[in-house]
Design a binder for this molecule. Structure first.
Ligand code: ZN
Length: 122
């Protein structure tokens, strides 16, 4: 399924986060997203693609499990395995395929991203 990006969205604002991936939508709070945030959300896209909608059940389950251990909401959220994986994933640069997917999704990438891809492929 082709992903779609929506910016300036109210949904992430309600949850006080920068973005939320509700596959196939990536909803961003602000008018644009930096490559790190895009990469983070793409990791969640991959997680949904791998696990299907079970991803969301497991996500909420882990959040509640962490909270039941006494962790405060944001700590519990931070410690969800899918979030740990996404924070690790966001450290690597966007791949050619990801840039293609993001472009199809309607994301305008910063010019330095385009340049870094061009230089990597020479
Ligand atoms: Zn995340």
């Amino acid at each position: 399924m082709i992903i779609r990006a929506k910016f300036n969205h109210w949904y992430p604002r309600v949850f006080k986060v920068s973005a939320i991936t509700l596959y196939p939508y990536m909803l961003f709070r602000d008018e644009s997203a930096d490559p790190t945030l895009l990469k983070h959300e793409l990791c969640h896209v991959n997680q949904v693609r791998k696990l299907g909608y079970k991803f969301y059940l497991l996500y909420v389950y882990e959040l509640l499990k962490n909270m039941s251990k006494g962790q405060k909401f944001w700590v519990a959220y931070f410690n969800i395995s899918f979030e740990i994986e996404a924070r690790e994933y966001e450290k690597s640069p966007l791949t050619r395929d990801e840039i293609m997917d993001l472009t199809l999704a309607g994301v305008t990438l910063p010019s330095e991203v385009e340049k870094s891809i061009a230089s990597r492929n020479t």
